[in-house]
Design a protein around this ligand. Structure first.
Ligand code: C2E
Ligand code: MG
Ligand code: MG
Ligand code: MG
Length: 287
């Protein structure tokens, strides 16, 4: 009984929000227009190392500043972008903006470790022109590829194994590091996982957020951390909302984290101000 109850308390997110067809069609039309009008911007969420809590990077997250509806959350428009194919243009735009921002920070970064990670949709990963696209963006922006991480969800890895592994290989040969996002919520088997090249695992927030109160979630997080160590990859915990969760993750051997406790997603200008402080000398400690 306790087990069943414990498991039920792990928050589970629907991978795609169900939107009524008409509403979805309207959003699709508006999203296409938003892309043309450059209304999709970036938010940058700080990532820290553990146990140090030093700023080591940002995750770039898409934000839609809708003229009538305010800020539309990615949970609403990313699934629609994926279904309609608009994710290709949207994903390119996010990568381009993240690279351009990184380029403006680069002169001040020197030897400091700072990376920017960008989410890549399964649709983008499957495209035959993926390499042309990333090469084009890197050449146009002058971003340092070694400071870039690409986050692919477990769902993306469920595609044809040869294709996926050649895409990930090609990206890593270019210098990108690969993180597997929302780990634990998809369907990738361990046998697939060990045949794919990647550099880190992101433990999904549905396990991290309840972990102090829920033994099953805590055990899942501990197991993913151990798996990461065994595979020799980094572990990033998402959804750290309080200091005690951060401390518990550090005790478990988790190497990095992000969440509302360390920092909410920031505007590019606010993220730039953090970078400024970082380059002012010495590490920058977050809460
Ligand atoms: P994700 O890649 O797993 O990103 C983390 C999400 O968790 C972000 O939501 C972030 O704001 C939220 N988050 C971070 N820390 C906390 C916390 O402590 N508590 C809570 N409750 N939430 C936290 P966001 O920005 O709404 O993005 C949701 C998802 O939309 C992303 O999940 C990602 O799958 C997708 N997404 C966002 N931007 C892009 C993009 O440019 N391309 C693609 N393909 N997907 C994107
Ligand atoms: Mg992500
Ligand atoms: Mg994630
Ligand atoms: Mg997630």
């Amino acid at each position: 009984y306790a087990k069943a109850r414990g498991r039920a308390r792990c928050i589970s997110f629907e991978p795609a929000m169900r939107t009524a067809p008409l509403q979805a069609l309207r959003l699709q039309t508006e999203l296409r227009r938003a892309l043309e009008r450059d209304e999709i911007g970036l938010a940058l969420q700080p990532v820290v190392d553990l146990p140090g809590r030093r700023l080591i990077g940002f995750e770039a997250l898409a934000r839609w500043a809708h003229p009538g509806r305010g800020s539309v959350p990615p949970a609403e428009f990313i699934p629609i972008a994926e279904e309609s194919g608009l994710i290709v243009a949207l994903g390119e735009m996010v990568l381009r903006k993240a690279c351009a921002l990184l380029r403006t920070w680069q002169p001040r970064l020197g030897a400091t470790a700072l990376t920017v990670s960008v989410n890549v949709s399964p649709v983008q990963l499957a495209r035959p022109d993926l390499f042309e696209l990333v090469d084009g963006v890197i050449a146009a922006t002058g971003a340092d590829v070694r400071r870039l991480k690409l986050e692919v969800t477990e769902t993306a890895l469920a595609q044809d194994l040869d294709i996926v592994s050649s895409r990930l290989d090609g990206l890593r040969q270019r210098g990108f590091r690969i993180l597997i996002d929302d780990f634990g919520t998809g369907y990738s088997s361990l046998s697939r996982l060990h045949r794919l090249p990647f550099d880190g695992l992101k433990v999904d927030q549905s396990f991290v957020r309840p972990m102090l109160h829920d033994e099953d979630c805590r055990n899942i997080v501990r197991t993913v951390v151990a798996l990461g160590h065994a595979l020799g990859v980094d572990i990033v915990a998402e959804g750290v909302e309080d200091p005690e969760t951060g401390r518990e993750l550090a005790r478990m051997g988790c190497t990095s984290a992000q969440g509302y406790h360390f920092g909410r997603p920031l505007s590019p200008a606010d993220a730039g101000r953090l970078v400024e402080r970082l380059s002012g000398g010495g590490p920058l400690f977050l809460p």
